[in-house]
Ligand binder design. Sequence first.
Ligand SMILES: *Cc1c(COP(=O)(O)O)cnc(C)c1O
Length: 319
Amino acid sequence: MTLAINFDDITQAAARIQGVANRTPVLTSRTANELAGAELFFKCENYQRMGAFKFRGAYNALAQFSAEQKKRGVCAFSSGNHAQGIALAAKILGMPAAIVMPLDSPEVKMAATRGYGAEVITYDRYKEDRIAIGNKLADERGMTLIPPYDHAHVMAGQGTAALELLQEVGHLDTLLVCLGGGGLISGCAVAAKHLNPKIRVIGVEPEAGNDAQQSKRSGKIVKIDTPKTIADGAQTQFVGNLTFPVIQELVDDIVTVSDAQLIEAMRFAASRMKIVIEPTGGLAMAAAMQGVVDVKGQRVGIIVSGGNIDIAQFAKFMA
Ligand SMILES: *Cc1c(COP(=O)(O)O)cnc(C)c1O
């Protein structure tokens, strides 16, 4: 079966975002290495523009719009970071943007989306269907809907994070990537397995919402209710029709992490590495450092996916 994206799509995306997206730093920590008994390389997307990797996919998608699409603009539905990524990319490329967001999205994420000049339309994530709302908006205004993960240009853009990491650090035995809908991990898996077919790519999702793990193990997309977890970037109910085949073919396993383990990872990141990460951003880190995945003696890549968290909320987790 042909997958939605290949390695060329990712190198083309890398060329498109070059000079617009940040080439984020790769951090290391001796303390983290000692705790994990491994050599860890943290690709810090909390330092990406708008604070998460989502800008990569959003810009890669919007940069390929036709003149007519650009004039009508873009719409999107998102629990937060995709919204900000689309809003910022639309602003840079000079097109209108309308974003459908859950009523209970973190205030910082809604404010940032509005701050980038996008119109925000809210809905109840426990009752209403965001896909239907997004489609209606696209129909009524002739806007192009860019979904948060199930889109080839989005997936290819996200894959540039792993491409940069591997270009910078060379050989890795294992790559740990958090997952919600699977846009990030599918792009990263395509990049990583092309550069090193032997690399182990492992997905990490919240314990409360292990739909991707169930899907991978059962061989079909499993849908769950919106999970209650602090990892708001991974509160998805199902993986995508385009991301799932990539997960099936190129991801070796999917593991889960509890909210308590996420808080521990956030505290480690803040106290020892001096970085602010959001709960979802700590999924891969927690899996590597808290014995969820066996990484002993290995060189391990960890995608730290984002750092957007309300500062008062962050303080509560740190207390
Ligand atoms: C969106 C997001 C994820 C999940 O990405 P998918 O492509 O949906 O798997 C993980 N972390 C952060 C910070 C995000 O914003």
